[in-house]
Every structure is written in C-alpha cells, then in structure tokens.
Design a protein. Structure first.
Length: 599
C-alpha cells in the first residue's frame, strides 16, 4: 500500500487489498449516470449526503413490498420477519463500529438526534451549575446548540476549544482547559466544513484523566475510515445513515452500557416501557428505552444494507483512492491564484472548502455557476457559523469526495470553476480585484423611490416578468441581471459599521430610512432603504426587495404578503432553504423599520 496522503494513518486490516476501480463502483449508484442541466452529473456534495447504491435501494423496496409490518409487538409471521431484519441491522452496526454489546446501539433519526439525546438525557441528569462542557471551535451546530440548551437548563457553562489558522485543534490549550469542572467534551471526528481529522483517541485519554465523558460526532468519518469505538475510548459516538450510503432519517447513537442504563428516557411512548399505570411507569431495558414509538424500520434495514455494501468493498480498498483525490484536487485548484482554501490541516479527509477573493465571488454565486455545468457542490456556512466567524468568511464553497468520485470529477470541477471565474471577470469588467475598484470610486448611497403605486402593484409587475421568463435558468439570469444594475455600495455601507443582516450566508448590509417628506400621512411615512451584499444572487434579491418596498408607505409594507409573492415567482427553484433565511432576515429588518414608522 502506498504511503497515505496528508499524513492520514493507513487503513490496515491484514487482508491483501484488491486494486480499486471507482468506475466499477460508480455503476452500483444509479443516480451517477443521470444528468444535471443537460450535462453528466458530477456529484461532489458527499459531506452533505452520499448517494445510494442499488443494493440499498433494492433492500428498502423489498422491505416495503414483502416484509412491511410493525416490529416487536406482532405475533404474526410478517411482524416477526420485520423485527428480525430490524434487529439484524442493529447487530451489523455493532460489528461495524466494534461495539461491545448490541444493546448499546440506539437507532435515531441521525447524528443530530443522537447528540440531542445525550445532551437532554445525560445532560439533565449529570450537569449542574458550575460544571463545564467543552466543544471545539469547528463543531457543526448540532454539536453546539444542544449543549447550549443543556447548559441553560442546568446552569452549566459551554467553553470552546480553540483552533489554529490551519483548522487544527490546539491540544495544548485543551489540556489547560480541562479540570475537575469538565463533565463532558464534544468533538467531531472529522470536520464537515474543513475536513480536519481530529485526534479523538488522544482527546478521550486527556478528558478521562479529569473524569470527563466524551461524545464524538462521527458523521463525516464513518463512510471513509474504519470505526472502532473501543479503540477510540469515547463514551458516546453518533453518526447518520445518509452519509454512509444509507437512507435519510436513520442514524445511530452508541453509548457505554452503564451510562445508557443510568440515563432517563429521551422520549416517552410505545415500545420504551416495561409497565404503565397512572401512578407509575417503569421503562424497558436497552435499547428499547431510547426508541419510543414506531421507528424507521425501513431506514434501519437500509442502513444495514449500506453497511453490507461498504464492508464488501473494504475500507482498505478505497482509502488511498480517496486520499489521492484530495491531493489531486488540492493541486489542481492551486492554478487559481485568487482561490483560498479554508482548512489546511496536516491530517484531512476528502473535503476542500474554499473562497474566491479575486475576482470576488460569493459562495452561492460560485455554486450556481458550477451547477450550470452539472457540478454539484455545497455552498454556505455548512451549519458552522462560529467557524466561519473564526476564519472571517461568511461562507465557503465545499467539494467533498466519496469512493465513487474520480479524477475526471475533479477535472470537471476545475473546468467549471475556470469558466465561472472568467465569466465573473468579464461581467465585472476588470482584471484587478473588485475591492480596489470600490476603494477607488465608491458609489453614492442611493435610496430608491417607489417603483409602483403600491407593493402589490410592484409585485404584479415582477410576477408578470417571471411568468414570461418561464424556466429556472431564465429566471436566475434575470435576478443576476438585476444584481448587475444595483449600485455598488458594499464598502460604503460596510464602512458605516451597520450590523450585518442576520441569517445570511454572505455579507449583507441594509440601511433603512424614512423618506424625507411632509411629515406623517395616512399609513406612515414612506420607507426607503439602501443595501448591498458580496454575493451576486443576493444583490439581485436586494433589487427585488427594493422594487417591492423602497419608497412605499410603512402601512403598505407591513400589509404585503411577501411569502405569497415568493411563491408566485417560484423562488424555491433558484434559492436554497438556507439562503431563504438570509432573505427572511432582510425582509424582517425592512418590516421592523416600517413598524416603527407606522406608529
């Protein structure tokens, strides 16, 4: 076996690794032979979810066609067959992560639910005022927010383990933070936003010296490297099936048996009880105590099929392939001098997050342009807003690899990225960085007047245009054209120290004012606003909001049903759910100001 790239420990099982053929593996995944926007699909968003092999799809279909029944309760044959398949998947998980006892394997809806289970159940039973929970600075929101909730409920405190500029945990700082007050340490095995591989075994040893428990978020690890919870030495380990080539809505929490047995139930309901009276309820034994209600039976069975599929290939077979892809992609992306990688740890999994500084391009703009070429990547803050703040970026573009990706996929990414950068340079009409242009000739802040007699009239005009345009591509291009016509006031507004609009994955600054007029009339003074962003698609949304609201009476702004308008123009076709959060933040700020003016 060749030395691993990026100093990642080699995978060894004692077996002789067969030559790995990613093209043969690709044939097992039906979706990889489809197209996107008329081009072959290049799927590089495996950190968000992996694709599903036919073996998993067929197994789920077989369950619903021939085995569908509720489990654990029926005496009839079909129920017994379904129960056996469900529990067999639990044993497959036990073996897959080398858990000591199958009863320690709790099926959940995913990593998020597993962490919430521990935070709510173990947390409320064990945390108290003055205690500390340590989380790393690179955690996903699902490994931050549950601990904040638990801390608020118990009086405990959440402290953050810092990282360096390469995206590596500062273990010396961790050693100084650990004390008798530390009750739990939560850390990811692999960072979803950076690709950093954390030294979880060392971290567990450090935490246990002061008596702290350790929860490891394994969501980004389990599809790429063997998992051995005994060797890691953690107390809890959580992961999701959909990142392991399995179905969505299923996941696993593993915990040490003595800890799980001492924890109160997370949810109450059917199948988690031993006996129920109105005076007292006693609870079932593990694992049923934590699996209230009818579970995702098909999901658990599908997860078992995914484990079978991955095990049949073997981690040692594709380990080098994934590391070579990461190295190859890193080298090829270096050809873009204006591209900056966020996260350069010495030990990395197959994740590359980057921003484009020259020409300045918002992450969403990059993602939309790549999508036109059939290349699917993730853009945004990746549910890691504190991490983005640490690196002083609102969002990144993330390419993440799996065993079925190839160097041709990387080449397609690079080619599409080159086109996007060239297009951005042409549209921006310059060869030097946009920041220099802005600094040299800043545009004045403009507060547009009303584009129509009312927001409803403006909405009708815009909706008519969108309806005429018809398809998604034309509508997206129209929004981008509106962005190009928006006055470039980003640096001016940012320089005013205006707070960023919350919820946006790009930097958005919005300055409202009441239109200078003859005092308050019926419906309040007209509301105007100037705004700008560092992402083209968001600038287009700002232009739309200005046409709807700027210059309109406060009362009319408040009365306008903006969600109905968004449905009319089919906004969901070209704006992601998370981008809608930023849009909602802008609308909220406009309407809040209008409410003040309507008084």
């Amino acid at each position: 076996m060749k030395p691993p790239a990026n100093n990642v420990p080699a995978v060894t099982t004692g077996r002789v690794a067969k030559p790995f053929d990613p093209y043969r593996v690709r044939a097992d995944f039906p979706i990889l032979s489809t197209t996107a926007n008329g081009r072959p699909l290049v799927y590089l968003d495996n950190g968000a979810t992996t694709q599903k092999p036919s073996a998993v799809i067929d197994r789920i279909s077989h369950y619903y066609r021939e085995e569908n029944a509720n489990i654990h309760r029926g005496v009839y044959r079909l129920s017994q067959v379904a129960t056996a398949a469900y529990e067999e998947s639990r044993r497959k998980v036990q073996k897959f992560i080398n858990a000591p006892d199958e009863r320690e394997v709790i099926f959940t809806r995913g990593t998020t639910e597993g962490i919430n289970l521990v935070a709510a159940s173990w947390g409320r039973a064990n945390l108290k005022a003055g205690d500390e929970v340590l989380v790393s600075a690179m955690e996903h929101h699902s490994n931050i927010v549950p601990w904040q909730i638990a801390a608020e409920a118990t009086g405990a405190k959440v402290r953050v383990i810092p990282i360096n500029d390469d995206g590596e945990l500062l273990l010396d700082e961790l050693a100084r933070m650990l004390s008798g007050r530390t009750k739990l340490l939560a850390v990811n095995h692999v960072s979803n936003a950076l690709g950093t591989i954390n030294e979880v075994k060392t971290i567990c040893t450090m935490a246990h010296r002061v008596g702290a428990k350790v929860l490891v978020d394994g969501a980004q690890w389990v599809a790429h490297f063997p998992t051995d919870v005994r060797d890691i030495g953690c107390d809890f380990y959580a992961f999701s099936g959909h990142k392991l080539f399995g179905p969505t809505g299923i996941g696993v929490l593993w915990g040490r048996r003595e800890l799980l047995e001492a924890m109160p139930p997370f949810m109450g309901g059917g199948d988690m009880i031993e006996s129920v009276t109105f005076e007292k309820t006693t609870y079932a034994q593990l694992p049923n105590k934590f699996e209230a209600g009818t579970p995702d039976i098909a999901g658990a069975i599908g997860l078992g099929a995914a484990i079978d599929y991955l095990t049949s290939i073997g981690f040692e077979a594709f380990h080098d392939h994934e590391q070579e892809l990461l190295t190859y992609a890193s080298e090829r992306l270096r050809q873009f001098p204006g591209l900056r990688v966020i996260g350069t740890a010495k030990k990395k999994a197959g994740v590359i997050s980057f921003v484009i500084d020259d020409p300045p391009m918002g992450a969403l703009d990059v993602g939309l342009r790549l999508d036109r070429e059939g290349v699917a990547v993730r853009t945004g803050h990746h549910c890691c807003q504190p991490l983005m703040e640490r690196f002083k970026v609102p969002a990144t573009v993330r390419a993440s690899f799996a065993l079925y990706n190839t160097k041709e996929d990387v080449d397609a990414l690079v080619e599409a990225l080159g086109k996007a950068i060239d297009e951005a340079r042409v549209k921006q009409g310059r060869a030097k960085p946009q920041a220099a242009v802005r600094a040299a000739d800043p545009a004045p802040v403009e507060f547009p007047d009303a584009s129509a007699p009312s927001p409803d009239a403006a909405a009708d005009e815009l909706a008519e245009v969108f309806e005429m345009l018809g398809d998604r591509e034309a509508r997206s291009e129209y929004v981008l054209d509106m962005a190009r016509k928006l006055p470039d006031t980003f640096d001016v507004l940012k320089g005013m120290q205006i707070p960023r609009v919350p919820g946006c994955m790009s930097e958005v600054y919005l300055l409202p004012r009441a239109k200078p007029a003859d005092g308050n009339g019926a419906g309040g003074r007209p509301v105007q606003f100037a705004a700008d962003a560092n992402a083209e698609i968001v600038r287009g949304l700002i232009a739309i909001l200005q046409k709807l609201f700027s210059g309109q009476r406060a009362k009319d702004v408040l009365a306008f049903d903006v969600e109905d308008f968004f449905r009319r123009i089919h906004l969901e076709e070209f704006i992601s759910t998370q981008r809608r959060n930023g849009l909602a933040g802008m609308v909220g700020k406009i309407k809040a100001y209008a409410a003040e003016q309507a008084k």
